[in-house]
Design a protein around this ligand. Structure first.
Ligand code: ATP
Ligand code: MG
Length: 247
């Protein structure tokens, strides 16, 4: 049985600029099922990062609705109704975010970088967070580097640490914006293996943006975004509207 975990309805995003309004997303409808490894492909400027930022609540939509199922009871939370602060809190606990540029803190060791989101969210006791961070480093096969600073490991290794950090609070959903964009193809392949493992063995749902059409065959589904429009058709909504909770 498939259950939807993310749903976007008629999402529009307009940026106001000095040169006038710019429509970055046009009537986007999207249903993502639990356990999918969804790829979003499209040219530079197509709106891929904007779309991810609507899903993880980094940015505010102009109109439309974004629902994300909550881990505990499967009820859908309306992300579009939350304040910026509420979204930030929610994201920290419920979504793992991975960027092209890794974004590790340079003065913290690898294990400390992974502990940080746990310590911020209070999801784990501080005594537990180090053990959990070490387990996550083991998952990405970097445990022997735990006490190094990010500058002393390779780009591919840094990205694996960033993935481990994204998993810190055990989110159901990971969103990754061009996570392999600055890596060579062999290293990119290895990062892909890590994501596949998380989907297949841990049941995570992953949405990944990429320029690289060659990777599209490795997703369980891929959709193309062009000029702010999703080109491929979507499945029917599986969220029961009566279970949607407002905050
Ligand atoms: N804060 C902003 N203000 C105004 N326009 C913006 C802003 N952010 C993005 N845009 C515009 O919205 C469009 C979509 O941007 P977005 O960053 O989502 O594209 P993208 O598909 O992620 O591109 P890339 O592959 O280069 O990362 C672009 O034309 C961009 O210039
Ligand atoms: Mg982008």
């Amino acid at each position: 049985m498939t259950t939807s975990i993310i749903e976007l309805r008629e999402v529009n995003k307009t940026y106001s600029t000095a040169a006038g309004d710019f429509v970055a997303l046009k009537n986007v409808n999207l249903t993502v099922n639990s356990g999918e490894f969804l790829g979003i492909v499209g040219k530079s400027g197509a709106g891929k990062s904007t779309l991810l930022n609507m899903i993880n609540g980094v940015d505010e939509l102009t109109s439309g609705e974004v629902f994300v199922a909550e881990r505990t009871d499967g009820k859908a939370l309306s992300v579009h109704d939350m304040s910026e602060d509420a979204r930030a809190l929610w994201r920290g606990k419920n979504m793992g975010v991975v960027y092209q540029s890794f974004q590790l803190l340079p003065m913290l060791t690898l294990v400390e970088n992974i502990m940080l989101p746990m310590d911020f969210s209070n999801n784990f006791h501080p005594r537990k967070s180090r053990d959990r961070a070490l387990e996550l480093l083991q998952l990405v096969e970097l445990e022997e580097h735990a006490n190094k600073l990010p500058a002393y490991i390779s780009g591919g290794q840094q990205q694996r640490v960033a993935i481990a950090r994204a998993l810190a609070n055990d989110p159901q959903i990971l969103v990754a914006d061009e996570p392999t964009g600055s890596l060579d193809s062999i290293t990119a392949d290895h990062i892909f293996d890590v994501f596949e493992h998380l989907v297949v063995d841990q049941g995570k749902t992953i949405i990944m943006v990429t320029h690289d059409m060659g990777l599209a065959s490795r997703f369980s589904r891929s959709l193309t975004l062009a000029d702010g429009e999703l080109l491929d058709s979507q499945g029917d909504s599986k969220f029961d509207k009566t279970t949607v909770r407002r905050r």
